[in-house]
Ligand binder design. Structure first.
Ligand code: LMR
Length: 400
């Protein structure tokens, strides 16, 4: 039957973990996948999550199916977290929200829905570069991927003029995917003023803004600041779509908790949209998983746990920021050719170092250090124990 099945390539991000696991060297370092690690380089379960586990355990809840659109409290509290309690469309009951299998699942619902019902051009504009999985996610639904300029190689910063020009040139009513904060992989976000200009272009061209928000709170430790862009767009009257993930900010990677949401023009429209969202979800996976949603709902709905979480998310963000500082200092001290200020100015989990694919493969071969081919490093994989080794290895690879 399957003689004609060709071997597929390894996943550009998760394949790095596979390669890392196969390496038997003691000093190996994995800076591939974006997953937080503590000071000891170990996966980190938040104290707020452990306490929520205890609460749930004591409640001895049943394991019944959730509704197709998910756990009701989870959905309500997640939307409040993303949009703000006083968000106009939220108080007017016109945001369609459904629990999703984390960020990827939310994007899947969004793209399936758009492919079926979007009346405008079926092209999704993705920043260049973007998270690798965006591309098959869009293409899998038969829609077309178009790229807009985002990263400027020369300045290792945002190509804002190029971005605006491309969004202006796009056919009116195009779908524009935007990273709400902590752009993956570049770590470069527009400033508030730039977001306001992007909003103007998108509004004047009647484009649809599709936000991917995987890092609320994780980018800067500030839940409201990190949600500036989608909230501003909503205030400006955009009927945005938002894909929300709790993988990073609550460390719930494997629990797969997230939401898909869409701002509609009325409660009646919201109901119609939700009825079709259910028809997208049902044949995909019937209904979403229970446990992660219960954990999130418990944390967001219990004031003490919420406070605890805020401290923890800030702690994670701050540890990453301190690693940026250390890496920068070490590279400068080692007289590494180039300008490394971007390591400090970039935001979120990743740093887009500017290393070439050859340098990346040298790092794996000679230093047992693993990262994605595009030169992105997960800052969270660095700690006091390995940062000097990494900086020396990186410096050597750059010097050639
Ligand atoms: C990443 O970019 O490393 C993360 O978002 C994890 C993933 O699923 O790719």
């Amino acid at each position: 039957f399957w003689a004609g099945v060709p071997q597929g390539p390894p996943d550009p991000i998760l394949g790095v973990t596979d390669a890392f696991k196969k390496d038997t060297a003691k000093n190996k370092v994995n800076l591939g996948v974006g997953a937080y690690r503590d000071e000891q380089g170990k996966p980190y379960v938040l104290e707020s999550v452990l306490q929520a586990e205890d609460i749930l355990h004591k409640k001895k809840l049943d394991k019944e199916y959730l509704p197709i659109t998910g756990e009701i409290e989870f959905v309500r509290l997640s939307a409040e977290l993303a949009y703000g309690k006083d968000s106009k469309p939220l108080t007017e009951n016109r945001i369609a929200v459904a629990q999703s299998i984390s960020g990827t699942g939310a994007l899947r619902i969004a793209t399936e829905f758009l492919a079926k019902y979007y009346p405008g051009p079926k092209s999704v504009y993705l920043p260049d570069p973007t998270w690798g999985n965006h591309i098959p996610l869009v293409e899998g639904t038969g829609m077309k991927v178009v790229r807009y300029r985002y990263f400027d190689k020369k300045t290792i910063g945002l190509d804002f003029a190029g971005m605006k020009e491309d969004l202006e040139k796009a056919e009116p009513g195009s779908i524009i995917l935007l990273h709400a904060c902590a752009q993956n992989p570049s770590g470069i976000d527009p400033t508030k003023e730039q977001w306001k200009e992007i909003n103007e272009v998108i509004k004047s061209k009647k484009h649809l803004a599709l936000f991917d928000m995987a890092y609320q709170g994780f980018a800067s430790g500030d839940l409201i600041g990190d949600a500036f862009a989608p909230r501003y767009f909503v205030e400006q009257g955009h009927q945005i779509i938002l894909c929300q993930s709790f993988a990073k900010n609550l460390g719930l990677y494997g629990e797969r908790a997230g939401t898909f949401s869409m701002v509609c023009s009325s409660p009646e429209e919201k109901e119609r949209v939700l009825s079709q969202v259910k028809r997208v979800i049902r044949p995909l996976y019937s209904s979403p998983p229970l446990h992660g949603a219960q954990l999130v709902a418990t944390i967001l709905g219990t004031p003490e746990l919420f406070e605890q979480w805020l401290k923890e998310v800030k702690k994670m963000a701050d540890r990453i920021i301190s690693m940026r500082e250390k890496l920068y200092n070490a590279l400068v001290e080692l007289k590494t050719p180039g300008e490394w200020g971007h390591i400090k100015s970039q935001i979120g989990m990743f740093s887009f170092t500017g290393m070439t694919a050859d340098q990346v493969s040298d790092l794996a071969e000679y230093a047992h250090v693993y990262l994605t081919k595009d030169g992105r490093i997960s800052m969270a994989g660095l700690n006091e124990g390995n940062i000097q080794y990494f900086a020396e290895s990186m410096s050597k690879a750059v010097k050639g």
